[in-house]
Design a protein around this ligand. Sequence first.
Ligand code: NIG
Ligand code: FE
Length: 411
Amino acid sequence: MKLIGPFKQIVTLANLPLRGKLSDDQLEIFENGGILIDDGKIVEIENYDYLKYFIPSDSKECEFEFIEDVQVALPAFTDSHTHICFGGNRANDFAMRNAGKTYLEIAESGGGIWSSVQHTRNASEEELLKTTLERINFLISLGITTIEIKSGYGLDVENELKMLRIIKKAQSFTKATLIPTCLSAHLKPRDFEGSNEDYLNYILEEILPKVKEENLAKRVDIFIEKSAFQPEESKAFLLQAKEMGFEITVHADQFTPGSSKIAVEVGAKSADHLEATVDEDIQFLANSETVAVALPGASLGLGEKFTPARKILDAGGILAIASDWNPGSAPMGNLVAQASILATFEKLSTAEVLAGITFRSAFALNLTDRGILEKGKKADFITFKTDNFQNVLYHQGSLKAENVFIDGEKI
Ligand code: NIG
Ligand code: FE
């Protein structure tokens, strides 16, 4: 057993609903609290002195990790949508966008997703592993201990498997939990001979069986958009992937509406982006079990409007917030900064933002063992050197996590 504390505040996020709006007075906050841990799990959260008293002073079984300065503790964060395994860089896309070029013009002049595919295919496995781990470590430094990572820059059997194997290998170098997702349906690659439908069948027949065989991912994603895959062919693909036993997630309604509806219809765990979602579809999504994932980093990277997070919460939806960290549309990677900025524009409460990057985003990944500090949950939590938890979002990402604990161990 181990007792960690005292903390000026512990914000547990316990006893909050999975869906809908939240106000800050619903937050459970322990003043001068301690966290008692055993075997990587939380045993109890209570007043520190009470917990100390509760443990006999001669107990050899209990270690004490004393926190000397004033700190607050929160559940560690989950980033449920990233593309952090990639080669190369798209700074030129950023410059071209800011000079007024459109997505299509940038893609035609050698930028866009296809450019990242070429760089990722050409990168060595060592190089990809190294840069992926560097990005994982950056996310951990922000307090993120559960990270979803997509393939989608390989776009053929060899290179999609290469990406997913690297993500699997990265897991053996980090204590953070990595959740891989197969995004072979990111774009039909330029060197594929055949229609979109042919390519989707190729994924179903040639890629997904191998992904299953090697246990490389349990989730399948698709980019439904005018420039990528069309609604009907996507729906058929997703239903077949589901039939094969994969969980589904969708890049939906980024520029044009319509695909969040498909995500709900196929029972996707999450529909991500939603910048262009129309009001009726917000209600349809909010009535479902599909998590709506806002990606403010993509809005900031592209200069597009934000996901209607306020409307989704008011309609009773399950809202999560993720970074979408990728070399094209969302190069920043700082989820805490992005979530704070989304709060400012969408008028979200601190409780709504914290829920969106903890237990609600974990739920999008089908993980219910984390994101809340209560008995029995995984002891992944983070601390900040401050006397008030509100400072974490107030500083918009510039207040760095002081300590990151994974399974009760300081990283
Ligand atoms: O989530 N929208 C499609 N996919 C990514 C962008 C990937 C890229 O531009 O490389 C996204 O924004
Ligand atoms: Fe994405």
